[in-house]
Design a protein around this ligand. Structure first.
Ligand code: ADP
Ligand code: MG
Length: 341
């Protein structure tokens, strides 16, 4: 039996008694790239901060997080430190929490190499050079001597990726790695992540509110809303036939790069605050397909016969014939699928 690399089961988080994650189930196979999508405030970052034991003490975390079958949730610090950075590395949404402004970049990378791989001196320096080269920083030997502020935003992102690779992780969690960057640099970082993944074979969780970017990097996506998974499936299936009205809404809100210019259709309303969730389906007040039962009964995440999981009382139509090839009127082709086939 092929076991999963990482499994989240019923992962719940509350801050000061307010529930923000309502039981996340997710399994990540070796080498697999999964997108975690949803608007800001849906619980994407908290999911992985909780899984890696990085939330502040006021957070109550329950459920299960297994790495290679071994439970890590609630384990002592030494167990977690053997996982973080080594088995699972995370690039944080807030870059200032990742790079130390007063330390030279080379020193920061060699420290990570000492901690995670026991490399020191010339061996560490040589490996730091290799990593910077790998993430596309030119003139790496000179750049090792610089401070973070001497790098542009895109280059800082590359340095953070290099640091994340220092422990040769089996899973890289990249939290909104391109959100703060302009479109050209964004595309370069996406290409870098796609390339690194095929070079190293590591698995990847790509967190983004941008379904377009997710579809370029990942084979599968998990759509989150208000601290729950609402739809999960292959990128192809979600592109061809999004069944949750929220997934459909995310697609309609991304610009199309080909075809006639069309007005983007934003989803009306905003994500509810965790302390003020509506009755029934949390998406019901914003849903174009809402029915009476949606406002009273909360839908369960259910396995569908095409392999996806869906949490909706009145899903959008199922079009089994719509698979392959990807509809060319869609905004971006899932390039990751081609690169891997
Ligand atoms: N340290 C914290 N204390 C209290 N609430 C928090 C904290 N971190 C996140 N939250 C809340 O948890 C919810 C999910 O946040 P987050 O995971 O950051 O969303 P996303 O990454 O999807 O934008 C939000 O409502 C946010 O306000
Ligand atoms: Mg976030």
């Amino acid at each position: 039996m092929v076991s999963n690399l990482v499994e989240l089961r019923g992962l719940k988080v509350a801050f000061d008694g307010v529930q923000v994650l309502h039981g996340i189930d997710l399994e990540i196979g070796r080498g697999e790239a999964i997108g975690l999508v949803g608007e800001s405030g849906c619980g994407k970052s908290v999911t992985w901060l909780a899984a890696l034991g990085l939330l502040p003490g006021k957070a109550t975390v329950t459920g299960s997080v297994r790495v290679d079958g071994q439970e890590i949730l609630g384990q002592p610090r030494n167990v977690l430190e053997g996982v973080r950075g080594k088995r699972i590395a995370m690039i944080f949404q807030d870059p200032s929490s990742s790079l130390n402004p007063v330390l030279r970049v080379g020193r920061q990378i060699t420290e990570a190499l000492a901690i995670h791989r026991g490399l020191h001196g010339q061996a560490a320096k040589a490996e730091a050079l290799r990593l910077l080269d790998m993430v596309g920083i030119p003139d790496a030997r000179r750049r090792l001597e610089l401070f973070p502020h001497e790098f542009s935003g895109g280059q800082c992102q590359r340095v953070m990726i290099a640091m994340a690779l220092a422990g040769e992780p089996d899973l890289l969690v990249a939290d909104e790695p391109t959100t703060a960057l302009d479109a050209t640099i964004q595309a370069q970082i996406l290409d870098l992540l796609i390339g690194l993944r095929s070079e190293t074979g590591m698995a990847m969780i790509f967190i983004s509110h941008d379904l377009g970017a997710v579809s370029q990097v990942c084979e599968r996506a998990c759509v989150m809303y208000a601290g729950q998974v609402v739809e999960q499936g292959s990128i192809q299936a979600l592109f061809d036939n999004p069944r949750h009205p929220y997934t459909r809404g995310l697609f309609d809100a991304i610009p199309r790069i080909d075809g006639p210019r069309q007005r983007l259709v934003p989803i009306p309303g905003t994500v509810p605050h965790p302390s003020d969730l509506p009755e029934g389906c949390a998406f019901s007040p914003r849903c174009s397909h809402v029915a009476i039962d949606c406002r009273t009964r909360r839908p369960e995440l259910t396995a569908m016969d095409d392999g996806r999981r869906l949490s909706c009382h009145h899903p959008l139509g199922h079009h089994p014939e719509a698979h392959h090839p990807v509809d060319s009127t869609r905004p971006v082709e899932p390039r990751a699928l081609e690169a891997l086939s």
